[in-house]
Design a protein around this ligand. Structure first.
Ligand SMILES: [Zn+2]
Length: 64
């Protein structure tokens, strides 16, 4: 997310599985409510997408 609230996605994401793209968008939308990677942020992210870590790790493997 940009400071102005604009969501920009890496075009390489198109290679990622849909679940990983959902993870990225979920992560960025959570930043609309909580800008920092605080404990509250991860609690929010987990409440929206309980298996977010699995999708994050898969995405990191694909994008490496
Ligand atoms: Zn973040």
């Amino acid at each position: 997310m940009s400071p102005g609230g604009r969501l920009l996605l890496n075009p390489d994401l198109i290679r990622a599985p849909m679940e990983s793209i959902d993870y990225v968008i979920t992560h960025e939308l959570c930043h609309l409510l909580i800008p920092s990677h605080s404990r509250r942020f991860y609690e929010l992210e987990e409440s929206v997408m309980p298996d977010w870590e699995k999708h994050k790790q898969r995405l990191e493997r694909i994008m490496a």
